[in-house]
Design a protein around this ligand. Structure first.
Ligand code: SER
Length: 331
């Protein structure tokens, strides 16, 4: 009995110590997820406890709020140096090459997406950091995956370079958790939509670009066909999911590859209709390119029962709400 009590006290003390000492490193902080996530993490834990880094110099946004450093996600020594200097406990690895760009530079994409992950997983394996967040994607699924309400565990035969790298990454995350007890947590993000950053080489990026073009020119030429339904999510929901999974007690995280996460599903025609309600002369036309094949290989909707059950996930923002937010803020 006494041993149990001592054990419980020790776990509480370790947890308290970790919370007091928590220092966060974000790699790829200037990208679509990083921009919002850095700000939210700083609001929660304090500006000086969240170190933003990116391969590009800061444009004055993140560096004004708190520490910012230029950092190459491929450079293990440089990451280790930042980890030691700032006494980092948690790393969010957001640097990656997205689906459309990765098809143009397969080897570069593979090297970046895999080596950056190994750098961070190995730091955790060597106990230099405590916790890792690494984003996966709906791109882990492929043409043979059931497309509607895609289950957490199903056929995965990704046909894109990006998808192959994310699927391999998921396997490695689970492996490092099983073999080396690395506390790595991951989400399969759907296409993310935000007004703060411009599209960055993804296939779902049309759903960001469309708002910019609607406000500027009242028209948009879409690189996907009108009926191409894809899983999407407004950025605030994605950030909330990220914070929730990272703050959940360790034993609640039962999937150590990556969690399915559902938001909203829509196609170009439907997003155009929602824009037209606010910009009545808006017009969309369609000129599918190589990205159509990428989109065709991905699911249309996602079953996220595991995320709901394990750490209480629920999406909030609808397509109509998202369109109002995007148009209001981009104006
Ligand atoms: N949004 C990503 C892309 O289109 C998918 O994860 O590449």
């Amino acid at each position: 009995m006494r041993n149990v009590q001592v054990g419980i006290i020790r776990i509480f003390a370790e947890q308290k110590n970790y919370i007091l000492k928590r220092r966060i490193l974000i790699i790829g902080a200037s990208g679509q997820i990083g921009t919002d996530l850095t700000t939210q993490l700083r609001k929660r834990y304090g500006n000086h406890k969240v170190i933003a880094t990116d391969i590009r110099e800061d444009d004055g946004t993140l560096g004004n709020e708190g520490p910012f450093e230029v950092l190459d996600a491929m450079d293990y020594k440089a990451i280790e140096d930042v980890v030691i200097r700032y006494e980092i406990t948690d790393v969010y690895l957001l640097a990656a090459m997205l689906s459309a760009t990765a098809e143009k530079f397969p080897m570069r994409a593979w090297n970046l997406n895999m080596n950056s992950l190994f750098n961070v997983l190995n730091l955790a394996k060597d106990k230099k950091i405590k916790k890792v967040f690494w984003p996966s994607s709906i791109a882990v699924f492929g043409p043979t995956t059931p497309k509607i309400n895609t289950p957490q565990r199903t056929i995965m035969e990704p046909s894109t370079v990006y998808g192959i790298s994310k699927q391999a990454g998921e396997r490695w995350c689970e492996y490092y958790h099983e073999k080396y007890s690395v506390d790595v947590r991951s989400i399969r993000y759907p296409g993310l939509i935000s007004y703060k950053t411009l599209p960055g080489g993804g296939t779902t990026d049309y759903a960001v670009d469309i708002y910019h073009k609607a406000l500027k020119h009242s028209k948009y030429i879409c690189f996907l066909k009108e009926e191409t339904t894809l899983p999407m999510m407004y950025i605030d929901d994605a950030i909330r999911a990220t914070l929730t999974i990272m703050e959940a007690p360790e034993e609640q995280i039962k999937v150590r590859s990556s969690y399915n996460l559902a938001g909203i599903s829509f196609n170009p025609k439907e997003i155009a209709q929602s824009i037209k309600k606010q910009i009545s002369n808006f017009e969309i036309s369609y000129k599918p390119d190589f990205r159509q094949a990428i989109a065709d290989s991905w699911p249309q909707s996602i079953d996220d029962t595991n995320a709901q059950k394990d750490w209480g996930w629920k999406n909030h923002t609808s397509l109509e709400e998202m369109t109002s937010i995007m148009i209001k803020n981009l104006r």
